[in-house]
Design a protein around this ligand. Structure first.
Ligand code: NAD
Length: 380
């Protein structure tokens, strides 16, 4: 049995406590560690947060007896070799710099940095210090998108013509109903904004399935300019909460993204990703994936806008079955990172991949601001 000490920063946060701890690290611990080759790797967790009461509560609930509000003391402890950051986005560069200086290996939530420049500076420090790095890119592990990748691998689409990614739901403004997301998501000082928060995901999802993006053009807006925070105070939203984008891919395909925290859902899921190819189309949601091949494509009787032909266009689509036992998507990232630390196999995503994710969000924001196409150059 090999033990890997992991400092978990932001342990009381929503994503850390639910997904990284309850969904990934605690189950790995409870199963007696992760089997890597013929050795078991056991994560030893040290939780770090700001609020002692909340932190103690999370630690007790999860049966973890090591926790502290003193990040510097945690970083000074040589028995913990890994630093994982899932705290609020705005603090990330500062805490990662400290962790690098302390010689810890780094695994981090997205976005890995507020800008590409900052991300590259952190990467340079990590490389010089020989640090093993990884970042969270969880969505590709969701069943719906695994199925989409499988369709690509078996050549189901033929030549990909276009894609359409749609995301969104209604996040209440807090006036009469409490908001479902933390208020830092709606403040630039908190590292908020829909594009910076969600477009890192869209980058690896789109490029992971369809290859490199060549250029893009975007329009952003703030649909809900005033919100109420956790303490009942009204504040002005100074970041985008709605975005539209058009992409040209290196393959010649084109695509669009429509994202909003101010839309109501009448789609198959909170995220839908449609790919149209010469031989077939697919619509993936988080867990499912529907398909229509060329042979099953109905010959529609032209376009007569004045007659309701009462067609149900969802008929004639099949569904891809479950092809593997799907695990928690965050756990897949942790397993790959623990293997990376133990036997040197690649992590699911490196810090550099995370910078490409930030580059995409940055390009979308720049395009929206300057109202022009932006090239997605390869990172240096
Ligand atoms: N991979 C994903 O799907 C996914 C989903 C949601 C969030 N995230 C990322 O995870 C991170 C946390 O998001 P969340 O939704 O869990 O947020 P959250 O607000 O629920 O949690 C943030 C954590 O950071 C701490 N924190 C907040 N402000 C801080 C500050 N100023 N200084 C130090 N600590 C602070 C909080 O105490 C809390 O523990 C963000 O970087 C976000 O982008 C990733």
């Amino acid at each position: 049995m090999k033990t890997i000490g992991i400092i978990v920063n932001g342990a009381t946060g929503r994503i850390c406590s639910t997904q990284h701890l309850r969904g990934a690290l605690v189950p790995i611990r409870d199963e007696g560690g992760l089997l890597v080759g013929d050795e078991r790797v056991m994560p030893r967790l040290l939780l770090v947060g700001r609020d002692e009461d909340r932190l103690g509560k999370v630690a007790r609930e999860l049966g973890i007896d090591e926790w502290t509000t003193d990040l510097d003391a945690a970083l000074a402890d040589p028995s913990f070799e890994v630093f994982f950051d899932a705290a609020a986005t705005s603090q990330r560069p500062q805490v990662l710099r400290k962790a690098i200086a302390a010689g810890k290996h780094i695994y981090t939530e997205k976005p890995v940095a507020p800008s590409v420049t900052e991300g590259l500076a952190l990467l340079d420090l990590m490389r010089k210090a020989g640090i093993r790095h990884g970042c969270v890119e969880d969505k590709l592990f969701l069943p719906g998108f695994r199925k989409l990748a499988y369709l690509r691998d078996i050549g189901f689409f033929g030549r990909v013509i276009s894609f359409r990614l749609e995301f969104g739901w209604w996040v209440f403004d807090g006036e009469n109903t409490a908001a479902q997301r933390p208020s830092w998501n709606y403040r630039s000082t908190g590292g908020g904004g829909l594009t910076l928060d969600m477009y890192p995901h869209w980058r690896y999802l789109i490029e992971g399935i369809l290859g490199p993006v060549e250029r893009l053009v975007s329009a952003n807006r703030t649909a809900m300019p005033r919100r109420i925070d956790e303490s009942g105070q009204a504040y002005d939203v100074d970041v985008d909460d709605t975005a539209s984008n058009i992409l040209e891919m290196q393959s010649g395909a084109t695509g669009s993204i429509q994202s909003s925290w101010a839309t109501r859902v009448r789609r198959d899921d909170l995220v839908t990703f449609q790919v149209d190819g010469t031989h077939g189309s697919a619509v993936a949601t988080l867990h499912r994936c529907h398909v229509q091949s060329l042979a099953e494509t109905p010959k529609l009787p032209g376009f007569n806008a004045n007659v309701d032909i009462k067609a149900d266009y969802r008929e004639g689509w099949g569904e891809v079955g479950d092809l593997e036992p799907y695990k928690n998507a965050y756990r897949m990232g942790w397993e790959a990172y623990l293997r990376h630390l133990s036997i040197g196999t690649p992590p699911a995503a490196t810090f550099e991949d995370g910078i490409r994710d930030v580059q995409f969000a940055e390009a979308c924001n720049l395009s929206a601001r300057e109202k022009r196409w932006i090239e997605m150059e390869a990172l240096g």
